[in-house]
Ligand binder design. Structure first.
Ligand SMILES: [Zn+2]
Length: 262
């Protein structure tokens, strides 16, 4: 009678030990104090010093070269140095605990954009319109992390401006597949995004398009085009940060992080 093979005890033990290690690592991570997304200092998701990189007042921003049909845009931070580390940790490395530190920056940019709207642009309510994430971006990040930041920012603006009617409006839709924007030049981004968005139910009043990082401006320019094509007037843009480097229209971009459409 043949003898059944002995169980591979070494392999089984290795599997069990690996599983135990993952459980312990998760438990340690849950119990460990957070470390700063900017400098690694233990104690908070973003330490006081690094928070300063995204804590300034909002200012106008205009990319160079400027996309056709550009509308006034307002950003808080230059996308570089500590600000880049903080934002990238949230955007690309899954640091959800950083979102609460970015929402106030977006809220300040929205507030400044609202102040910039002319009285003629006024309406019963102001729509805050995020740019929809592409399927590629959702796959890479696992969730629409941007939506969480936008919701928090809108809540902050609503608290600050109790007399204004400010509401989130996901009226933009992707009408076709778009490529991952990472590594695309400004010209290639424009081609990639041209006509990619549509607005089926245009808001009745003015709109503030919200984005996380403005690089070439191709994404917000396409969002603005789609809204105006649907009859929306009074469009502004608010973002957390913008790259300050100017590039030629045909230059290859190595700007790293990309807008939510990417
Ligand atoms: Zn820090």
């Amino acid at each position: 009678m043949p003898v059944p093979p002995a169980p591979d005890l070494a392999r089984a033990w290795k599997r069990a030990a690996g599983g135990l290690a993952r459980v312990l690592a998760d438990a340690v991570a849950l119990g460990a104090p957070p470390t700063c997304a900017g400098c690694g200092l233990a104690g908070s998701a973003v330490c006081h010093a690094c928070l300063a990189s995204v804590a300034g007042a909002a200012r106008p921003h205009r990319p160079s070269p400027t996309p056709l049909g550009w509308v006034p845009a307002f950003v808080v931070a230059d996308y570089g140095g500590v600000a880049r580390d903080v934002i990238t940790s949230w955007k690309e490395r899954g640091r959800r605990d950083v979102a609460g530190h970015l929402a106030p920056a977006l809220a300040r940019a929205i507030h400044t954009a609202l102040d910039d709207l002319a009285p003629a642009d006024g309406g019963a309510s102001i729509a805050i319109v995020p740019i929809p994430a592409s399927a590629a971006a959702r796959r890479r990040r696992g969730e629409d992390a941007w939506a969480r930041v936008v919701r928090q920012a809108v809540a902050l603006v609503t608290q600050e401006l109790p007399d204004a009617v400010v509401r989130l409006d996901n009226c933009l839709r992707l009408t076709r597949h778009t490529r991952d924007q990472s590594g695309l030049s400004a010209a290639a981004r424009s081609v990639n995004l041209g006509g990619a968005l549509s607005c089926l139910r245009p808001p009745a009043g003015p709109v503030v398009i919200v984005d996380d990082i403005i690089t070439t401006g191709a994404t917000v320019a396409e969002a603005s085009r789609a809204l105006r094509a649907a009859g929306v007037t009074g469009v502004r843009v608010a973002a957390i940060a913008a790259t300050s480097r100017s590039r030629g229209a045909g230059a290859s971009s190595t700007l790293g992080a990309c807008p939510p459409l990417s």
